[in-house]
Ligand binder design. Structure first.
Ligand code: NAD
Length: 500
């Protein structure tokens, strides 16, 4: 099926895909898929205004009824999982299984949000005053601006939108300029759900086609109550202070530099499989990709031997082919960044296996690589940086304290894991003195989180939490209410003021 047929099936008219200035290329072979018209400043301003007006109405709709819209969105996603997953593969270069997995994640968060729509609980708090009741109410916050990265082109929108909608907030979405087609398809599916829902205000979900400047406009607009931004630490460094300068709320999901510690008692079969998926899956272009391996000297040689064997058997090719495990990098810039990092690692003493360009004859404009394994004597400065490509740095350790120190020495704090069968080691890793990441796992890898937990990380990863657990609270405002049902007016802290 070609791109026009696929878009049509998902509800986007092919005529809207041409005639603009934003060229959208498939990482598979560099072919141009579309050339979209970018939204002007005035159009973006009008979208935000529409969302702001929609907020006034949507916040008064009972939350379980808002949940019904998300339930219908989940149904549209279920019905179109194959087509949308395939579009993710064509536009972002993920293998089909991962493209479909991303859509499954969208379905899962819709299910979660539907349940949540009946559980937006506040606390009832014991009042110190007689005849008084104290409680918390959670109210809709306002317009949510979503800025997303190319590598999870649809799931990040759904994590935010499913929650925002049940919380009473409209969404204006600025997807990555590298993946706007999947965003248009999501919007078309949303509109189908909206039609079945009936009486929703206009402007509950809108998509901006544009680049960095369009994102900046969302960031600076005071009508956008929450800016939920997913992308590089560089982007977060620009977005965070700008939103703070207008006292807006931001939710930042930025870069990771995730490690797995492998101890002498680890099940090496399990560890090898988890490392392979974590380091090579999505061509190393997940925020949770395993980038560092910190392995005990006793098992280092055996694990590296196993990994080299597993790496050599990885099938590289078009992500649309059923047996491919490693698809392309997003573009030439990603390939250049990978080669630059490998050169620096080599200069710092790294011993590199793999990391070369692959399939260049077949796909002169597609950037495929063999995954790189880099054995380092120390955790040098290159290892401290996130390079968005399949590079795994391997370092050795002798004591767990040393391993944890090395683990926490990088500026990012997203995902982490330990492979061990020793209870003490596992608990130490999960303790307050262990991993400093937002996600810490035992005997599973760093990538592939479930939607039920809160997702996000510390330090340069930005501190935001999305998806499950109580992440919904970021999309609402909290009011503390005290109700006096007595005939007196006692003041808190026993203060007497003008009475005897
Ligand atoms: P990127 O930072 O280049 O772009 C992300 C988005 O930000 C794009 O939509 C872009 O247009 C926009 N943008 C860029 N500068 C902006 C600015 N100053 N103001 C407003 N918007 C701006 O990231 P990318 O290359 O698309 O994605 C890869 C990065 O995203 C990696 O660092 C990865 O770790 C990170 N990521 C993090 C998570 C997470 O949940 N922590 C998830 C996915 C990706």
């Amino acid at each position: 099926m070609n791109i026009n047929e696929l878009m049509q099936q998902l509800g986007v008219a092919p005529a809207t895909l041409q005639g603009g200035t934003l060229a959208v290329r498939s990482p598979i072979d560099g072919a141009q898929l579309a050339c979209l018209r970018e939204h002007s400043q005035a159009e973006i301003d009008a979208m935000i205004a529409r969302a702001h007006t929609a907020f006034g109405q949507w916040r008064t709709v009972p939350a379980p009824r808002r949940g019904e819209l998300v339930r219908l969105l989940g149904e549209e996603l279920r019905a179109n999982k194959d087509a949308l997953g395939r579009l993710v593969s064509m536009e972002a270069g993920k293998i089909l299984a991962e493209g479909q997995g991303e859509v499954q994640e969208m379905i899962d968060i819709c299910d979660f949000a539907v349940g949540l729509s009946r559980q937006l609980y506040g606390l009832v708090i014991a009042s110190e005053r007689p005849g008084h009741r104290m409680m918390e109410s959670w109210h809709p916050l306002g317009v949510v601006g979503v800025i997303s990265a190319f590598n999870f082109p649809v799931a990040v929108w759904s994590w935010n939108t499913a929650l925002a909608l049940v919380c009473g907030d409209p969404v204006v979405w600025k997807p990555s300029e590298k993946t706007p087609l999947t965003a248009l398809a999501c919007q078309a599916l949303f509109e189908r759900a909206l039609k079945r829902f009936g009486d929703a205000p206009d402007g509950l979900s809108q998509v901006i086609v544009g680049g960095r400047d369009a994102g900046v406009q969302l960031v600076d607009d005071p009508r956008v109550a929450l800016v939920s931004a997913t992308g590089s630490t560089r982007m977060g460094l620009e977005v965070g202070p700008r939103v703070a300068a207008r006292f807006g709320r931001s939710l930042l999901e930025l870069g990771g530099n995730n490690a797995i510690i492998v101890t002498p008692s680890a099940d090496l079969d399990l560890a090898t499989r988890a490392i392979l998926f974590g380091a090579v899956g999505t061509a190393g272009q997940r925020c949770t990709t395993t980038r560092r391996l910190i392995v005990h000297t006793e098992v280092r040689d055996e694990l590296v031997t196993r990994l080299k064997k597993a790496y050599a058997s990885i099938r590289i090719g078009s992500p649309l082919a059923a047996d491919t495990l490693l698809g392309p990098l997003i573009d030439r810039a990603a390939f250049d960044a990978m080669q630059g990092a490998l050169e620096r690692a080599r200069a710092e003493g790294g011993k590199i296996t793999g990391g070369e360009r692959a399939l260049a004859q077949e796909y002169p404009d597609g950037y495929y690589v063999t995954p790189a394994l880099v054995e380092m004597a120390t955790q040098s400065s290159t290892v401290h940086h996130e390079t968005f490509a399949p590079i795994l740095y391997v370092m050795a350790y002798t004591t767990l304290d040393e391993a944890v120190t090395m683990h926490n020495a990088v500026p990012q704090g997203l995902s982490s894991a330990i492979f061990t069968n020793d209870l003490r080691e596992a608990e130490q890793f999960l303790s307050a003195a262990g991993s400093d990441c937002g996600i810490a796992n035992v005997n599973i890898g760093t990538s592939g989180a479930e939607i039920g937990g809160a997702f996000g990380g510390e330090k340069e990863t930005g501190g935001g939490r999305e998806s499950g657990s109580d992440a919904w609270k970021a999309y609402m405002r909290r009011a503390t209410n005290t109700i006096n049902y007595s005939r007196a007016l006692p003041l808190a802290q026993g203060i007497r003021f003008g009475d005897d």
